[in-house]
Design a protein around this ligand. Structure first.
Ligand code: GLN
Length: 540
């Protein structure tokens, strides 16, 4: 029988519920349980696809092409599994479904209400995702007390009645506030638990997010006032290395507590690969310095999967990749580049939309090409690499994407035919997994070591085949093509130590226990570049 764990959050948003959920999943997977995860987002958008990355962070794309909340990326990376569109839903999508059913007459004349129709739709979705799993972990986005959350809380309260309280575990993640005097304060947490209790839920496990260690006094107080056993209060201290969190939970016996509460077999830890990976991450043999040049660099979550995939590339090389974020809007001339790229071993341009910051990306790419610095371009990064090459190495002075200049004489990047005249902007990009055939004797083929790959996409523009022969003859190699050869998936600069860019987003498939081959080889090339520079310095 499937067991259900529900994760809620208190006091403030952005408290790390996603990482907590993912870490808990990891502990259970380490014990051989079959775990499924789902994230509920209480906002009204149908999905995350139309949301501003500045406001909401990265849009994560699943294999089946859903544009989801970035926490799905955390789940996939921590659990080492691929999720589907069923693992993320919003208030908007639940209401849309209920309205559609009502129009189809499926409710047979009933009055449609929040309870039971909306709550039933929510429950059905959680049950559906868990049909084959030992344990389903469901994270409720937002904070207890938000206007949008009560229907979801009511749905999970009812589920506990339906499947039995002994098969349900409520976990609450809350903030322990450190006062300016350095004292840990539990009052906001107490209030958020009260709020949860008002909605009919008594949390079983409390994760306290804190910036400083908790003493026994505060545990006693929370335990007494909120009715949670002291041993069920787990400390979640701030850390720079999110991969360490499962280990912190492990040390506090969280898997044991969960097993006890859910009546699961209390299995010993059998799978230690995660711990070994963290050990590697903390004891690198070398460090590479990677500049990520983008326009959303101010919000640290905007390029979350890219940041993590770079980290995985480091792990694959027994190395740590330190990231320097470079705002492309500030890059103008040669001098800026020299300052910004001092000591940089690799340059990466990630995905994005719109014209802002594009010229800065292009000068950065030119700098990397001319100075033979390893370069990795992702989606928009690939498009910019092609534009730069066309302008400065192939004499197409006006080369551009029609996304940035509709009238350009040399539209080397152009809108895909099926993207013209769309009425809806939501969920209409080329999304999800598509195959790509790799050319022999290329850097891409060397990285993947296989002739056909599947990668995740999210774009409307593509390389314009009108320019394929010309650019190829100037030294741009189209090393990855769609099986019918109509679409360029990967481009490489032949006369460069490692300059590779993909139309797809490899970052979505990279995992700490399975680093992505392109990121692995990019970091390897960066470390080689560093060695070459050092040898040159010592011989000069
Ligand atoms: N804006 C570009 C396109 O739509 C690139 C998209 C991206 O980087 N995800 O094709």
């Amino acid at each position: 029988m499937t067991k259900y764990i529900f994760v809620t959050g208190g006091v403030v948003s952005g408290i790390g519920k996603g990482i907590t959920t993912a870490s808990l999943g990891r502990l259970l997977i380490n014990r051989g349980f079959n775990v499924m995860v789902t994230k509920i987002d209480p906002y009204l958008n149908s999905d995350a696809g139309t949301m501003n990355p500045f406001q909401h962070g990265e849009v994560f794309v699943t294999r089946d092409g859903a544009e989801t909340d970035l926490d799905l990326g955390n789940y996939e990376r921590f659990l080492g599994i691929d999720l589907s569109r069923d693992s993320n839903f919003t208030t908007g999508s639940v209401y849309s479904e209920v309205f559609a059913k009502e129009r189809r007459g499926e409710y047979l004349g009933q009055t449609i209400q929040l309870i039971p129709h909306i709550t039933d739709e929510i429950k059905e979705r959680i049950y559906r995702i868990g049909s084959d799993a030992d344990i389903v972990i469901t994270e409720i986005g937002g904070t207890i007390g938000d206007f949008e959350t009560p229907p979801f809380v009511e749905a999970i309260r009812q589920m506990a009645v339906e499947v039995g309280r002994e098969s349900t575990l409520f976990m609450h993640v809350s903030l322990i506030y450190a006062s300016p005097g350095g004292e840990n304060k539990s009052k906001p947490t107490q209030h958020s638990i009260r709020k949860l209790q008002e909605l009919g839920i008594q949390p079983d496990i409390l994760i306290c997010r804190t910036s400083q260690p908790m003493d026994d006094g505060i545990r006693e107080k929370i335990s007494l006032l909120c009715g949670i056993g002291q041993e069920y209060i787990v400390e979640g201290k701030d850390t720079d290395l999110v991969e360490e969190i499962p280990l912190t939970f492990e040390r506090q016996g969280m898997a044991h507590l969960v097993a006890k509460r859910l009546g699961l077999e209390d299995r010993p830890l059998t799978n230690c690969v995660w711990g070994d990976m963290v050990h590697k991450l903390k004891n690198p043999e070398s460090r590479a310095r990677i500049a990520i040049v983008g326009k959303y660099v101010k919000g640290s979550d905007t390029y979350l999967s890219v940041k993590e995939a770079v980290k995985h590339g480091g792990i694959a090389n027994e190395s740590v990749a330190d990231i320097k974020w470079v705002d492309s809007e500030t890059l103008i001339g040669e001098k800026d580049l020299e300052d910004q790229f001092e000591g940089i071993d690799g340059v990466l341009v990630p995905g994005g939309f719109g014209v802002r910051g594009i010229e800065g990306m292009i000068v950065a790419i030119r700098y990397a090409r001319e100075n033979r610095i390893p370069f990795l371009g992702l989606c928009l990064g690939m498009q910019c690499m092609v534009i730069e090459f066309a302008r400065h190495a192939a004499g197409l002075k006006y080369a551009n994407s029609s996304e940035f200049d509709e009238q350009t004489l040399h539209p080397v990047i152009d809108l895909m035919p099926d993207q013209r005249n769309l009425a809806d902007m939501g969920a209409t990009m080329r999304l999800g997994l598509y195959p790509c055939v790799l050319k022999e004797n290329t850097k891409s083929r060397a990285a993947y070591q296989q002739p056909i790959i599947l990668e995740r996409h999210r774009h409307r523009y593509e390389f314009n085949n009108r320019f394929r022969d010309q650019l190829e003859s100037e030294g741009l190699c189209f090393s990855g093509l769609s099986p019918d050869e109509s679409l360029v998936e990967i481009a490489e600069v032949s006369d460069h130590p490692w300059m590779v860019a993909s139309q797809f987003h490899p970052e979505f498939q990279s995992k700490p226990l399975a680093p992505h081959p392109l990121f692995r080889d990019f970091i390897q090339a960066a470390l080689e570049y560093q060695r070459r520079c050092r040898t040159q310095e010592s011989t000069n």
